[in-house]
Design a binder for this molecule. Structure first.
Ligand code: ADP
Ligand code: MG
Length: 697
């Protein structure tokens, strides 16, 4: 679809264009989709005597007086009178020149929120306009839309620009062309896009403001629908193009190596693990690249499933990479995989950013020549200079921590690695312990097949969770004392309370000192992201071997750490963490035969929202339920961890609010791709822009 340039707008120069860019607006088309987040009703004048506290209203009257008062706080106060009554307007910040224009006798219009303290109603810092001598009093004939603005780009300027864009779109009707098939428009009773936009940007005075602001109005729903569809299609199209273009290795199933592995394992796979493995094996057996997300709650045993997938590829002579988001988690995989694979005569290589110099050269050489078949590490495994001989499978653990955006990038890199040799792409397995609600997956992961490990290994006991205000810390300390007396071990987590890792680590260090003093009989350890790998390793070793009773940690222990003897976890500042993150952290306990508990300490007072969030974690041990709640309470950006990257930054749609629209998305997406291929490009253009984030090549 043709994008109309911003230069079409009159009175818009380079500076304004720059500021619009900051708002993500780079064309007239974008400007049309820059939507109000709130409306004000200035369509009628309210008689002063009928104003009530809290009203936002437009009034008009004559200035009776205007003076600077200095009682209590210095301020400029005007009294304004209409036929029905008097109101005072107050300015705590004002210019001397302001007093000169607010002259008694002049007529004035003010818009603001009414407060009532004292005997007159008043407005503080209202917007106002002094009417000229013979000016006929007028009011806008539509509701006033309020838009997101940027530094140096005022509200009224944005309003005017959008109005201009609307006018331009009337002359260039192709930019608001309807991109939904006629029968969908009819079935859903959707208004045309041009009508929807006109309504949204300039609603008539009787439009339902609340419904508009909550974006439940059909004009918004219609746009949300189109946007969700565009995303669904873009991801699937990307996927199908990938399938067509590329071949992976077909991995032959090898029963013997599986049997060998299971014999040494010491437990039986759960039904869910077996089922998911079967799904993976089926994918691996064909040369079509697998792209599969394995969702499984904390402790559901994803690692074993990964290991058994690795083995199949290795038995066929191919390479496999396992990547984790943190050094600590990657190290744990290294340990697990080494333990499991060494008896089978299989070596596991390690590659992280901290592997340097000669050691790194050696690893890289082994990878390139194919002598190393299993590589575990951090994102370092996908650095430019890592060349694989025949990479058949990449496994990304705890994927949600990477964010969707990074997943796309990794996919690309992973492919380049594989492509270097014989043009094959690796199969991909993504593992996450943050369950993705189904609806969210339909848009954010429409390009993935999913498998769910929906069963925990037998004998797990639920973790008892309590929520306690910080003032009752002493009680908690006693609890730690008791637990350790009974031979248990304890985690104390200090989550990020500041943006900087440095300060977070300092806070953890301080907490460690305090706790050591209060619990002098205990051996207290400290682990955080700023320790050297070796120091970290040492502390973790000590904790695993029971030589440390109480481990104070930052959220570095969030994922993967496995110490079955730990049965109590304290999480400070729990009100600041995401629900899924709390659930993950809590999953560090309850891994052995003991009864386990988790104490969520919070700093009050709690907002209603914070209360219901903590309550959710207290009441449920089910990661899927918690994720769904998290989605409802906080929105998809937070759940997916992509708020910063803005990947799932929808313009209109909200995955929680518009959930009912998602039900048919997959099917309608199919229909469009099959029957209306001509709509695909314009839809992507309109809603996703150049769509580079969907891995376009
Ligand atoms: P997660 O899915 O959170 O990554 P892990 O793979 O770390 O979980 O597994 C958690 C623990 O459960 C590990 O100690 C693992 O050895 C154990 N485990 C995995 N599968 C089973 C099973 N089928 N029966 C018993 N224990 C299992
Ligand atoms: Mg894991």
């Amino acid at each position: 679809m043709h994008q109309l340039s911003l230069t079409q707008l009159s009175g818009v120069g380079g500076k304004v264009v720059e500021k619009l860019l900051k708002l993500g607006i780079s064309s007239i088309n974008d400007l049309l989709l820059h939507l109000p987040f709130r409306y004000e009703d200035r369509t009628r004048l309210t008689p002063i005597s009928t104003l009530r506290e809290g009203d936002k209203a437009l009034i008009e009257g004559k200035i009776e007086s205007c003076e600077v008062l200095i009682r209590k706080r210095r301020r400029l106060v005007c009294q304004i009178r209409d036929e029905s009554g008097t109101i005072s307007i107050n300015f705590f910040h004002f210019y001397p020149s302001q007093q000169k224009t607010l002259l008694p006798g002049k007529r004035i219009q003010c818009f603001g929120e009414v407060t009532q303290n004292g005997w007159l109603p008043s407005m503080v810092h209202p917007e106002y306009r002094i009417l000229r001598e013979n000016e006929v009093s007028t009011v806008p004939d539509t509701l006033t839309p309020i838009y997101p603005t940027a530094q140096g780009l005022g509200q009224s300027q944005v309003q005017k620009l959008v109005q201009q864009a609307i006018n331009i779109s009337k002359r260039n009707i192709e930019i608001t062309q309807d991109l939904l098939p006629e029968q969908i428009m009819q079935r859903k009773n959707f208004p045309q896009l041009s009508k929807s936009l006109a309504f949204i940007h300039a609603p008539p005075p009787d439009a339902p403001i609340e419904m508009l602001e909550e974006r439940e109005h059909i004009a918004f729903k219609r746009m949300a629908y189109e946007e969700l569809l565009a995303h669904n299609i873009a991801m699937r199209e990307y996927r199908s193009r990938m399938l067509k273009q590329d071949d992976s290795y077909a991995v032959e199933f090898n029963q013997q190596i599986k049997q060998q592995f299971l014999q040494n394992l010491g437990f039986n796979l759960t039904g869910a693990q077996n089922r998911v493995l079967q799904e993976i094996y089926t994918d691996l057996a064909t040369p079509t690249p697998m792209l599969r997300l394995v969702q499984g709650d904390v402790g559901s045993g994803k690692t074993v499933v990964a290991a058994l997938s690795v083995l199949q590829c290795v038995a066929s002579g191919y390479q496999v990479v396992i990547m984790a988001p943190t050094e600590l988690l990657a190290e744990q995989h290294l340990k697990n995989f080494s333990n499991w694979f060494e008896p089978l005569g299989l070596e596991v290589a390690w590659l992280s950013g901290k592997v340097k110099g000669k050691a790194r050269e050696n690893v890289l050489r082994a990878i390139e020549s194919g002598t190393t078949q299993v590589i575990v590490g951090t994102h370092a495994v996908f650095q430019e200079d890592v060349h694989y001989q025949n990479l058949a499978l990449t496994i990304i653990d705890e994927q949600h921590r990477f964010g969707v955006h990074q997943r796309m990038a990794l996919k690309e890199k992973g492919m380049k690695g594989g492509k270097a040799e014989r043009g094959r792409k690796p199969h991909q397995l993504i593992m996450t312990a943050t369950p993705i609600p189904r609806t969210l997956a339909m848009v954010a992961y429409a390009d993935l097949d999913t498998s769910v490990i929906d069963e925990l290994p037998p004998g797990r006991k639920p973790i008892k969770t309590v929520v306690i205000p910080e003032q009752r810390r002493t009680e908690v300390i006693e609890r730690i004392r008791d637990a350790c007396k009974n031979g248990s071990q304890v985690y104390w987590v200090c989550p990020l309370i500041d943006e900087s890792e440095k300060i977070e680590c300092e806070a953890a260090a301080e907490t460690k000192e305090i706790l050591s003093a209060q619990l002098s009989e205990l051996r207290v350890g400290l682990v955080h992201g700023r320790l050297k790998a070796q120091e970290k390793e040492e502390i973790m070793q000590q904790f695993m071997q029971g030589r440390v009773d109480l481990l104070v940690a930052t959220t570095v222990i969030e994922v993967g750490v496995d110490v079955p003897n730990a049965s109590l976890m304290i999480i400070e500042n729990s009100e600041r963490l995401g629900l899924s993150q709390l659930h993950q952290l809590r999953g560090r306990v309850g891994r052995g035969s003991k009864d386990s508990s988790c104490v969520l300490l919070y700093k009050g007072p709690l907002s209603q929202m914070a209360k219901s969030r903590l309550q959710t974690v207290r009441e449920s041990n089910d990661g899927f339920y918690i994720a769904q709640k998290d989605l409802e309470l906080r929105g998809p950006g937070e759940v997916l961890g992509t708020r910063q990257t803005g990947t799932i930054g929808f313009l209109v749609a909200d995955l929680a609010r518009d959930e009912e629209l998602l039900d048919e998305m997959q099917q309608v997406g199919d229909e469009i791709l099959r029957d209306y291929p001509e709509l695909v490009e314009p839809l992507k253009q309109r809603w996703i822009g150049d769509s580079s984030r969907y891995g376009e090549v």
